[in-house]
Ligand binder design. Structure first.
Ligand code: HEC
Ligand code: HEC
Length: 203
């Protein structure tokens, strides 16, 4: 069943490549005036250096709105973000999405000591992992990790600790998603770590 769903998603993914360039629905200028409270964790420019807080800058338009709505509805659970998102109207959500997606994403580099692990992550990111039928991540997240609007998020420039935490949450089922749950379920914790390092620095 999971494989069938994955197959459908992969072909959907292909057709989205052709329609890349989707515009955000909100007003970025209005959004800039609505993010004071967010900036204390996510940074004024949408790129925090605290590994616990994800970067929002340069995310594909539409993805952050989907996530804010998921926190609001309880479909995605996080005690901090549920409170933050529930204070936002639909218009606020779209304006904030437009603002952060218009900013330049951060570029991250790795220490020498992380390169060996990142190279292992690169193999799976680009080629998948055949023994467990894990698909190449780049099919949906893009060869440079830039994502495909509005569904497939950017992973490049993201905090590796955040990426690792999300893959672990998909693996355990704490964060629910039809495509990502079966993929992460089959990844080992060391593969997750290697992928997270690679994705944060790929460009
Ligand atoms: C006290 C710190 C804090 C504040 C303030 C905060 N956030 Fe967050 N935000 C987080 C954390 C931690 C996460 C990761 C939650 C998780 O694991 O689901 C997160 C995740 C997110 C995500 C999901 C990102 C992704 O890549 O999936 C979005 C979107 C977001 N925040 C937007 C906002 C907005 C908009 C505001 C202001 C209205 C805000 N946040 C305020 C800490 C904060
Ligand atoms: C068939 C398409 C597809 C493939 C292949 C895929 N992903 Fe995803 N991924 C998604 C979608 C869609 C989401 C957004 C989930 C949501 O909306 O909550 C996502 C979300 C994520 C996130 C969370 C990002 C964030 O900002 O919170 C990470 C990390 C991730 N994927 C890593 C991977 C890795 C690693 C692989 C390869 C082993 C992979 N993905 C393969 C479609 C895919």
């Amino acid at each position: 069943m999971n494989f069938i769903r994955l197959g459908v998603a992969m072909s959907l993914c292909g057709s989205l490549f052709a329609t890349a360039g989707v515009m955000a629905q909100g007003d970025a200028e209005a959004g800039a005036g609505k993010i004071q409270v967010c900036a204390s964790c996510h940074g004024q420019n949408g790129a925090s250096n605290n590994p616990e807080f994800p970067s929002l800058a340069g995310q594909v338009p539409g993805y952050l709105a989907k996530q804010l709505n998921a926190y609001k509805s309880g479909a995605r659970e996080n005690s901090i973000m549920t409170g933050m998102a529930s204070a936002l109207s639909d218009e606020d959500v779209n304006d904030i999405d437009a603002y952060f997606s218009s900013l330049k994403p951060p570029v991250r580099s790795l220490d020498e000591s992380q390169l060996e692990d990142a190279r292992k992550g690169e193999k799976i990111y680009r080629g998948g992992y055949r023994p467990f039928a894990i698909p190449a991540c780049m099919a949906c997240h893009g060869p440079g990790g830039h994502g495909i609007p509005p569904t497939y998020p950017r992973v490049s420039g993201q905090q590796s600790a955040y990426l690792e935490a999300q893959l672990t949450a998909f693996k355990s089922g704490q964060r629910k998603h039809d495509i990502m749950n079966p993929i992460a379920f089959k990844l080992s914790l060391s593969q997750i770590k290697e992928l997270a390092l690679y994705m944060s620095a790929v460009n």
